[in-house]
Design a protein around this ligand. Structure first.
Ligand SMILES: [Fe+2]
Ligand SMILES: [Fe+2]
Length: 175
């Protein structure tokens, strides 16, 4: 049985993951309008990953026979000063989510809810990857902001359309 405080925190985290989804769609649309299709594609795909994170938590709560409340989210930032700004925002967001995930794991352990603690392990690993990916991208975008085609080439080369499925990933609800 999942601990009540963990159930409440997971429901809150579902909102953070949906907020991340909306923010990444806004970033993708900004780059699409700037005719930077690789940056747009990268953020559209990141957005889908955030939606999956939310739906993995939904599935976990359903499996745990715990209540799920799908929340509304605040509007994301839609205007950006330059092509660096969305990536800087994304990195800050990933760092914030990492703290939220770590807190969820810590709460689970403190409550003796080891099932939820184990569920959070995949997200801890995922956050290491996402923070690393965004810091790399921020470095590239800052270095090449006057020559965005270099950024586009970097993404086409390093983040091609097909990414390997992660067989250890939790199942997203509805997938
Ligand atoms: Fe996420
Ligand atoms: Fe993320």
């Amino acid at each position: 049985m999942a601990a009540d405080s963990v159930i409440a925190a997971l429901n809150e985290q579902i909102g953070h993951e949906y907020a991340a989804h909306q923010q990444y769609v806004a970033c993708a649309v900004y780059y699409d309008a700037e005719t930077l299709p690789q940056l747009a594609r990268f953020f559209y795909r990141q957005a889908l990953e955030e939606r999956d994170h939310a739906m993995m938590m939904v599935q976990y709560l359903i499996d745990a026979d715990a209540p799920v409340h799908i929340p509304g989210v605040a509007a994301p930032q839609n205007e950006f000063a330059d092509i660096v700004a969305p990536v800087a925002l994304a990195l800050a967001q990933e760092k914030r989510v990492t703290e939220q995930i770590n807190t969820l794991a810590a709460t689970s352990r403190a409550e003796g809810d080891y099932t939820s603690e184990q569920f959070m392990q995949w997200f801890i690993k995922e956050q290491v990857e996402e923070v690393a990916t965004m810091s790399d991208l921020l470095r590239v975008v800052e270095r090449s902001k006057t020559d965005p085609m270099d950024i586009e080439d970097f993404l086409a080369r390093e983040h091609p359309a097909e990414e390997d499925e992660d067989p250890t990933a939790p199942h997203p609800a509805g997938a």
